[in-house]
Ligand binder design. Sequence first.
Ligand code: AMP
Length: 282
Amino acid sequence: MYLFKKAAQLQEFLSSRRERSRPVGFVPTMGALHEGHLSLIHLSRSNDAVTVCSIFVNPTQFNQIIDLEKYPRTPAKDIRMLVKVGCDALFMPTVDEVYPEGKQIGRNFDFGNLDKTMEGHFRPGHFAGVVQVVDRLLEIVRPDRLYMGQKDFQQAAIVRNMLHQVNSPVELVIAPTVREAGGLAMSSRNERLDPALMQTATILYQSLMNAKELMDFYNPQEIKEKVLDKLSVPGIRFEYFEIVDGHTLQPVRSFDDAEFIVACVAAWAGDVRLIDNMILKR
Ligand code: AMP
């Protein structure tokens, strides 16, 4: 695997490769890699001639400085994992390399309600930072395919909308959520959970499964109330549970309201914020 810290060097490598082998797949990450990230690398390896991964803890998407400071960083382990799964190139830029003209630079997008609900509501400014970094990384890597996880459902919906707004030729591929044995969605932030809290945190997954089981008998509002009752356990500070149209991300009143319906949940386990989601109807 080739490791690049400079955008120009990565671009030089990719232009030499692109002539001989296409397509190029790109997996952007913030590191502290786990099987969820690796599933995206595997997917790209099965579709693309060249797979590029980036590890960049993007400061502009953290709405709390403490979260940025505490974000797990395990670069040596990450590199070993990427070599093992056959990733072709890793881009590990500095903040100045990604934002040479300052952190304020970037295109303005209007996402309507997509970035106002759920994560957008609880993490003001988060999606502006996500969109800024994805736009910039795509400008550097210019991949044919971009791989993201369903785990961050709202993020994927917003990036899809952004690609549409700029008429991008990049194909967005969304990969299913990889989970721990008990159902907890894998996340870099799980590294900060002690074993007891990790066990308790499976309640997020259980709440989603519960919603799926109840959907034949209750409407979304009733399900929400039942699930919220169950989420009141010591150690968990629940933030939201929404049943939304998977395209507009607006809450649905009935399961007949939309073709594509997703349940999304966010909660704090101790001082670690976790999110998860499950498709209820498609
Ligand atoms: P992150 O490093 O958290 O920014 O995640 C990088 C990419 O990996 C994003 O597209 C995530 O949605 C995806 N991802 C994170 N966790 C998982 C998971 N458990 N299963 C599948 N994809 C994931």
